[in-house]
Design a protein around this ligand. Structure first.
Ligand code: GLY
Length: 401
């Protein structure tokens, strides 16, 4: 046991010294640029609606460079409202608060949408941040209602929340992304006193920890359960990754972020260990580039001639900053997150005034479908701003939560 512990420490010391040196990002200037881009986005959104009021938030750019919007029911609708809350948090400028309120209000009906697990992404990034910053009583009610909706997708027999209903290929699919939706449930228990949300979150996290990970702590994208039994596993595979046995980059980001957040909410050391193990997998991975912005899949066949995924790096950076505040290996995670943020800031941002106001370029949505490859995506921008705020708090010696 002692020997294994010594080997692990040695590995970490080695990793720390081999991680590329990171210069810290000028957070003030990065936010000033983000404000300029978001001002542009606010001009572009009405023009891109094409008289369709159901289109509410930015989704990406199409191949002609035109802004594509999303209706509230799609999984990405809450990220732009969340970005506006982060701009308000950093600047204190009421203008951003007004815009955040307006874009958050646009997606309120999602609190009743039980058609997928994505209610967590949608409502927590928007109303969750809104409640954190304003304590608006109505936002509290929306969060609790959304948690009730998400809970209807939980099977006590299988122990997990079902992710999708609409893909005939899968029976009872659970995707690693679903870990992020648990934050809504933890919050709803705090706001309502109803512990059932917390218990569902813990059951989902434990079952996912048992079934989604390989021996090397990389994770599958999808685990498909058999709901006609007590939850036997039908298949482990992928929908958006390169192959069933590959490590889809954003999936690994969801895992680090998700288990770090679960540790924050429960203080269960198993979750901390899991986040550390996944972090070790990605940071030691031979296909991780020196700028620490991963290719879209760690096993993509033509690396280095494969698209990158800036959204995975932004989400990893945000998760690693939080992990750095809990872990005995904190210095390593902070150094890695700093490098990711330095790379994203220097080499992956849109020039000011271009790309309809998106902040980051070079993300990949779903490469196997040739959908959203090497494009801007709102979740990249959301986690980038979140990571900047986390870096600022760490620098100032403040607690993140
Ligand atoms: N949650 C969907 C994705 O990461 O693409």
């Amino acid at each position: 046991m002692r020997k294994i512990y010594c080997i692990l420490i040695a590995l970490f010391i080695c990793l720390f010294t081999t991680l590329p040196h990171a210069q810290s990002v000028d957070i003030k200037s990065a936010f000033a640029d983000a404000e300029k881009q978001t001002n542009l986005m606010l001009i572009e959104i009405p023009a891109a609606k094409h008289a369709k009021p159901e289109l509410v938030s930015p989704r990406t750019l199409n191949s002609n460079g035109e802004l594509v919007l999303t209706p509230s029911l799609r999984w990405t609708s809450g990220f732009f409202p969340g970005e506006l809350w982060y701009l308000y948090e950093y600047t204190g400028n009421k203008k951003w608060e007004e815009q955040a309120k307006a874009f958050t209000g646009n997606i309120e009906k999602e609190k009743y949408n039980n058609a997928s697990h994505d209610v967590g992404f949608k409502v927590y990034c928007s109303f969750g941040n809104g409640y954190r910053l304003t304590k608006d009583e109505h936002y509290r009610e929306v969060i609790i209602q959304a948690a009730k909706t998400l809970s209807t997708r939980f099977s006590p027999t299988i122990g997990v929340i079902k992710s999708w209903d609409t893909m005939p290929k899968w029976h009872y699919p659970v995707i690693i992304d679903n870990m992020l939706n648990l934050e809504l449930l933890f919050e709803a228990t705090k706001l309502s006193g109803d512990s059932s949300f917390y218990k569902i979150a813990v059951s989902h996290a434990n079952t996912t920890l048992r079934n989604h990970f390989r021996k090397d702590f990389s994770c599958y994208h999808v685990v498909d359960y058999d709901s006609t039994t007590a939850g036997n596993i039908i298949k482990k595979g992928t929908q958006q990754g390169y192959a069933d046995e590959s490590a889809w980059a954003r999936g690994q980001a969801w895992a680090i972020y998700g288990y770090t957040m679960c540790y924050r909410e429960t203080k269960d050391p198993t979750y901390l260990k899991q986040a550390e193990n996944v972090a070790r997998y990605i940071l030691n991975n031979p296909t991780m580039p020196t700028d620490l912005v991963p290719y879209w899949d760690f096993n993509a066949p033509n690396i280095p001639n494969e698209p990158k995924d800036a959204s995975a790096a932004a989400c990893m950076a945000s998760g690693l900053y939080e992990l750095s505040t809990y872990s005995k290996n904190g210095k390593i995670y902070k150094k890695a997150a700093d490098k990711m943020m330095e790379s994203l800031t220097k080499n992956y941002r849109s020039p000011i005034g271009e790309n309809k106001g998106f902040i980051l370029l070079h993300s990949t949505g779903a490469k196997p479908n040739n959908s959203e490859v090497d494009v801007p995506l709102p979740y990249a921008d959301y986690y980038y701003l979140e990571a900047l705020l986390r870096a600022k708090k760490i620098k100032e010696g403040k607690k993140l939560f």
